[in-house]
Design a protein around this ligand. Sequence first.
Ligand SMILES: [Zn+2]
Length: 293
Amino acid sequence: MVKVMTKSPVILSIHAHPDDEASKGAAIVAKYKAESGARAILITATGGEEGEILNPAMDTEEVRENLAAIRLEELATSVKIIGYDRAELLGYRDSGMPESEANHNPACFARVPLDVAALRVAAIIREERPDVLLTYPERQSRYPHPDHLRVYDVSMRAREMASNPALEIEGLSPHLIPKVYFHIFTVERIVALHEKFLQLGLESPFSPDWFESVVPDYVATTKIDITGYHAVRSRSLRAHATQIDPASRNWFGLTDTQSEQAYRSEDLFLAIAPSGYVFDGVETDLFAGLRVG
Ligand SMILES: [Zn+2]
């Protein structure tokens, strides 16, 4: 049975740090805001306090001393650029890179008891009643940051809690998010971008280890055409001036137009779908199976 949507579709994105909302899903959210009148909610788990300053122009003592506050300002700018309707901070501490000292801080996101963090997300799920959840996969070989892995755990547990009729949460009625997607980077995309650099006579930032650390093409169940929205991604990335070097060839070596020519979609893995929902080949619409027409 296909569910007929009678309200604006709602997208919930859960991210680990300020800047993750720019590097993953920004163009998709902007597209659905513009073309489908979607409502978009962002949850950011940590303040990104452990982030290194990756832009030499911003690496000053003043910035280092105020990094937490600056990262929140950067996030607010990025949220406006992408067009999120609501942005919530869980306010946990950044857990730091794997094996770092910050991993041991009891206030860090990775060490907060799962149900404590998940219950807070579940309350937002019940309030907003999303149709689609965009989150992270449980295995992340290229960037296994403890906070990114925890986003998966908390997202899945929060979805379960929000849908449990036996669980009372602030008087809100249960809600089951019908579709869950994981952000992914495919070999196909990296190869296409790499070849575009070579075609233009530019040095490619993608070394052989890139090709081995991203996922095979068949993992992409869903390809959302982001033509016309790549610039949103670039602008939101630039808003994170302490984290993103404007001279980075990886992020900005190709213009928005060249990037779109090389690879038109942002790719996802459909992890959970409504029962009975089937599609042929590759899905191209986040809300497919949730509405008629
Ligand atoms: Zn992150």
